[in-house]
Design a protein. Structure first.
Ligand SMILES: Nc1ncnc2c1ncn2[C@@H]1O[C@H](COP(=O)(O)OP(=O)(O)O)[C@@H](O)[C@H]1O
Ligand SMILES: [Mg+2]
Length: 584
């Protein structure tokens, strides 16, 4: 078993920090040396009390060493804090970068609450662990060892008292340490629960209000919070008994010392100075053992936090570029898409496939409409084209090239997508529109907004395209958000455009206008449009009907109305009031 494997994995920063770590440890040891030196001087002053000259010299030395001890201690703290902060910073950047590299499948496996706890509290634990470790891991054992050796050299007859002190400290502080270790763990787990509860509640607070569930949610949170409070208090309780214990051990040592040392001094076999020095060494040993008892649980806690971070750190992005990449020349892309026997499952270990044996051919420049009930797999199907996920089996080809062979950057230039859930970043409108193509000139972005029928409402805003977008775009209506998010997809000037139900919140008329303006703006572009409206399907070259992850029918409206019962059903449900002549 290797020593603190996770923490070491997190602190690869040490490779560049060995020098600083060494310096911090030198300061720690120098501080310990000064601390240990003082009792010896005290002892010689007292033993040699008649020599005033020597006493003054010694007193000056003691003062000097006390000052040095403080200076070295400060230097060690400064270095420890810096190294710990640098570690925290490094881990935070690394984890953030890692999360950015995740594909959709990886992201599905972590909740926002979990990621946040790890990026904040867990990194904080590591920070504290590293800091305390650099302050005491060498210094405390060194001070203990040297104190024991000095006592052994100068007053070997008192070593047995020292042995009792050490054994008692081991028992008391060892017990406290083991207890705190468990309590730290429980504290962290409870913190996780508080965070997850908070995060989920905040995300759904409007639903909570709409259903008047505040009291229920409050009670739930109070309970969780109460447990967290208890979990926080527990290690402090344990800790509060360590100081009195230390004093108690010192008391026992004093008692034994008087018992054994008193007669020895009276008999003249031991000097008073030796007794005083011994007492100070006992003090150093107990204090350092106490410090170690606090340090070790903190290190164990930091190691556990590092383990949780390592999960994120070591998760391999599911979608990566392959070795034999085939860059596609953007000027020659035609935009044909073929699904070859594609199956897909979100949960690879389960036995239910979300998509089953999909075979589909979309010619370059064709407009295809996807229809199907909620959960029939429409979003999933189109998300495989830009490789948000990879098929479990089968292939997807763009102009005859497997999408897995196309570098992802290249692929995302070819395929533009407006996601089902429009998302706007806080900032301004123009930056949101040109998000996927930051180099696009202002006029280009405005042209895209015009096609997406966003220009109208944007132009009415006082700041127009510089108008602010607040968090999650909440100062815009659902339909406006969707239109801006479609404009964002258009600016990429893709060769294959996917609109995943991105017109669900705009009215039928506007939807028709947007889809009608598209061919001119993006001429020759293959369009894959998911919509629950049959009106969209009517305008498409081809309609694909999905049911429970399978394609049940492909064809034009005319073909499907007679051949696909499901299509007929969807159609009838929307145009129920129409006469038969209208639909044929
Ligand atoms: N990220 C995901 N993780 C697990 N299951 C998912 C995920 N997204 C969708 N699903 C499941 O896959 C099925 C198809 O979903 P989806 O493709 O979104 O359907 P549609 O777009 O047709 O409404 C549904 O049963 C849904 O619950
Ligand atoms: Mg969907």
């Amino acid at each position: 078993m290797s020593f603190l494997p996770n923490l070491r994995r997190m602190t690869v920063i040490y490779r560049g920090y060995w020098g600083k770590i060494a310096i911090s440890q030198i300061f720690a040891l120098l501080m310990a040396a000064c601390m240990i030196f003082i009792p010896m001087q005290v002892s010689s002053i007292i033993n040699d009390a008649s020599n005033i000259h020597a006493a003054v010299e010694n007193a000056v030395l003691i003062a000097l060493f006390a000052v040095l001890c403080g200076v070295f201690c400060m230097a060690n703290v400064v270095y420890s804090v810096r190294i710990a902060e640098a570690t925290g910073n490094y881990v935070r950047n690394g984890i953030y970068k890692k999360i950015q590299s995740y594909s959709f499948g990886n992201l599905d496996r972590f909740s926002t609450g979990e990621l946040l706890t790890r990026l904040t509290s867990d990194i904080y634990q590591i920070n504290i662990g590293v800091q305390l470790m650099l302050r005491a891991i060498l210094m405390a054992p060194f001070a203990i060892l040297v104190s024991v050796i000095l006592v052994g050299l100068f007053s070997p007859e008192l070593l047995w008292i020292m042995a009792i002190v050490i054994i008692l400290s081991f028992v008391v502080f060892g017990y406290a340490m083991m207890k705190m270790q468990k309590q730290f763990k429980a504290r962290q787990e409870n913190y996780d629960i508080v965070n997850t509860t908070l995060q989920e509640n905040m995300a759904g607070i409007r639903v909570v209000k709409a259903f008047v569930r505040q009291k229920f949610e409050n009670d739930k949170f109070f309970q969780v919070n109460e447990k967290f409070k208890e979990a926080n208090i527990a290690p402090l309780h344990t800790n509060s008994f360590t100081l009195p214990s230390a004093l108690f051990i010192m008391g026992i040592a004093t008692f034994l010392l008087i018992l054994a040392g008193g007669p020895a001094v009276i008999a003249g076999t031991m000097k008073v100075g030796a007794i005083l020095a011994f007492f100070q060494y006992v003090f150093i040993i107990v204090a350092q053992m106490w410090q170690l008892s606090l340090l070790i649980p903190q290190i164990v806690s930091a190691e556990a936090s590092a383990g949780r971070l390592k999960e994120i750190w070591d998760t391999v992005p599911e979608i990566v570029d392959t070795e034999q990449k085939r860059g596609v020349d953007l000027t020659t892309v035609k935009g044909g898409v073929i699904f070859e026997n594609v199956s897909f499952a979100y949960d690879k270990s389960g036995d239910t496939d979300t998509l089953k044996g999909i075979n589909l051919e979309v010619a370059p420049g064709e407009t295809v409409a996807f229809l199907g009930a909620n959960g029939s797999g429409k979003s999933t199907l189109v998300s495989l084209i830009p490789r948000f996920y990879d098929p479990t089996s089968g292939r997807i080809l763009i102009d005859g090239i497997d999408v897995k062979e196309i570098p992802q950057d290249n692929l995302r230039q070819i395929v533009g997508i407006a996601l089902q859930k429009a998302f706007l970043f806080s900032g301004n409108i123009i930056d949101n529109i040109s998000f996927g193509n930051p180099d696009i000139p202002y006029e280009g972005a405005v042209a895209a907004a015009k096609v997406a029928d966003a220009d109208g409402f944007v132009s009415n805003l006082p700041e127009k395209y510089d108008a602010p977008v607040s968090r999650k775009g909440q100062n815009f209506s659902g339909g406006q958000q969707q239109r801006l998010s479609m404009a964002r997809a258009f600016t990429v000037k893709p060769h294959i455009l996917i609109l995943d139900d991105s017109t669900s919140a705009v009215d039928v008329e506007t939807e028709g206008k947007i889809l009608g303006a598209l061919p001119q703006f993006l001429s020759g572009v293959t369009r894959l449009i998911i919509s629950s409206r049959v009106s969209t399907a009517l305008a498409a070259d081809k309609i694909v009907v999905l049911d429970k992850g399978e394609i049940t029918a492909v064809g034009t409206h005319k073909e499907l109305i007679s051949s696909s019962p499901l299509y007929k059903e969807i159609f009838a449900s929307q145009l129920g009031g129409l006469r038969k002549e209208d639909v044929s």
